[in-house]
Design a protein around this ligand. Structure first.
Ligand code: CA
Length: 231
């Protein structure tokens, strides 16, 4: 189910479209002016807005500009103008797609799903979570899970694991860990790193003799890798 907001003043278009979209299982709200549509888009936070360009109070392009200033909700523009210049202007102004009237609910439904797939993809790309095998490291919430089970780490252990996970598969030297994670110059105090690595190892449920994720490279440093990767 998609939560749609239809901003359209023409009842002969709006009424059958609302009915058809609801029959297809979507939750559809409607507004008949630009300002009512803007308010509903901000208050109700729909998944997608379908915007008619010919509205009684404001030009659709003006509304799109106002909406884009405060929201990144996907917008499909519905235009009666089969006018390439206008369509290009709307896409440049931040519309995600367009439909030329008359269009069917089935066409709108297909476009809506395509736009939502694309915008969901954008969100996934922006997700900074690091994944190494069964390890998930989310720097926003500073939470770690291993095979779906939360792992409680101290702030330093988290920083250490996050640094290693960002370089998964590579050997990271203790010198680098001291300067990048502890922010102290290397001065032979690498026992600190060893101690934290052994605590981290224990929390990940493994032993130095039988590593799964954390591999000590003797005399060099440590490498984080998914079990079975590059061993
Ligand atoms: Ca209209």
């Amino acid at each position: 189910m998609v939560r749609l907001l239809l901003i359209e003043d023409d009842l002969t278009i709006r009424t059958p479209l609302l009915r058809a979209l609801r029959e297809r299982g979507h939750a559809v709200a409607a507004a008949s002016t630009a300002l009512a549509g803007l308010r509903d888009a901000l208050d109700d936070r729909p998944d997608l807005v379908v915007l008619d360009l010919g509205l009684p109070d404001l030009d659709g392009r003006e509304l799109l500009r106002m909406l884009r200033a405060v929201s990144s909700v996907p917008v499909i523009v519905a235009t009666a103008r089969d006018d390439e210049t206008e369509i290009v202007r709307m896409l440049d102004a931040g519309a995600d797609d367009y439909l030329v009237k008359p269009f069917t609910a089935a066409q709108l439904d297909a476009r809506a799903r395509a736009v939502l797939r694309r915008t969901a993809g954008d969100t996934a790309t922006a997700d900074p979570t690091l994944v190494v095998g069964g390890l998930r490291i989310d720097p926003r919430s500073r939470q770690v899970s291993l095979d779906g089970v939360p792992v409680e780490l101290t702030p330093r252990e988290f920083d250490l694991l996050h640094h290693l996970a960002g370089r998964a598969g590579q050997v990271v030297t203790k010198r680098e860990l001291l300067t990048e994670v502890w922010r102290i110059p290397y001065g032979g105090a690498d026992k600190t790193v060893d101690v934290h690595l052994s605590w981290l190892r224990r929390k990940l449920g493994e032993r130095a003799q039988e590593p799964r994720y954390l591999h000590t490279v003797r005399g060099v440093g440590v490498r984080l890798a998914a079990p079975g990767d590059g061993r």
